[in-house]
Write a protein that binds this ligand. Sequence first.
Ligand code: AMP
Length: 392
Amino acid sequence: MKYIDQIDLKNKRVFLRVDFNVPMDKEGNVTSDKRVRASIPTINFALEKGAKLIIASHLGRPKGKKVAQMSLKPVAKVLSGLLQKEVMFLDDCVGEAVQQATGKMKEGDIILLENLRFHPGEDKNDAEFAKQLAALCDIYIDDAFAVSHRAAASNSAITEFVPVCAAGFLLKNEVEYFEKAMVNPAHPLVAIIGGAKVSDKISLLENLIEKVNIIIIGGGMAFTFLRAVGYETGKSLCEEDMLDTARKIVDKAKQKNVKFLLPVDALIARAATAEAEAKVCSMKEFPKDWIGLDIGPATISLFSDALQGVKTIIWNGPMGMFELAAFSKGTFGLAQAVADSGAVSIIGGGDTDTAIKKAGLSAKMSYISTGGGAFLEWLEGKTLPGIAALER
Ligand code: AMP
């Protein structure tokens, strides 16, 4: 794969695909500029090198139609504020007017195009729509990792029609850390997997079991595993139809000599609410009518000890219902252990990112992926169309 710092951008029309899918309130104000900030290193680099920068993104799911609330116009203002530079906004992303405006650009100019998904061709990875986008530029740069798991005209078909294609710095980071985790990891390699359901994470577990030395399971999904190996789990989350699958995963771990750690105690409550009565119990004596909502203190110690001396940690999914402070200690405690481990730590998935931020430990992690679904599918061993298109 080529990267942005390996090509000459001077005086070239550069089409930069970013992920500016920002949250907005009802009045259309951007409520978090995190995704815009994530693209700033690539944008600044392109500007310093004398590019004429044409930026494109999706926002929300307008399904091929113009939806006023999903316009990228407010994002142009945010970007302009962050760069301290004028950003011209165009109210479409293809067509005569766009062709003319991009044709008149000078070195260092920035244009933000309107939402790509206002055109049905975007999500259909349509070649004709991709050709129209490609006609705007000399060079294509992809920095939108978060959509790499879906083939769209602006991250897949477009690469067939632009002579020079490369990845920006955000994508470069994702690729480099993915390689550190899954291609050439330093061992011992640990996967910490949590979250609500086993069914969401089967492909992930099946792929990881082939590569890691230790698997740590927490969150709601741990109770399905615990039931599968014979424990009582009261009214905790349990996917009855996944018990067989869970057993097979535990057996496979044994065969492969992968250490497979499940909780030994839990923080349980009468109900999944902040006010409910709660207490710690050992997995050996789980009371009938209670719900497991976090890992207990003995499990936090067990999991933290398992991280001693490991070299690489991949983490997806919280250890408990961390959104409620009462059930956040397990996730926060493990986050601290990951931070203290000295291992390369690669975190992915929206909830894990949020939990680590809440714990105030984001800066202590080696890398937090910007792609929820894309990160998961990558860990599942799938080829990501957006990445494959750049490698072609
Ligand atoms: P996922 O999207 O699969 O990673 O799941 C994340 C969600 O799992 C979070 O919203 C957590 O509140 C929830 N979760 C974690 N542990 C539990 C648990 N023990 N019981 C119920 N939900 C949980």
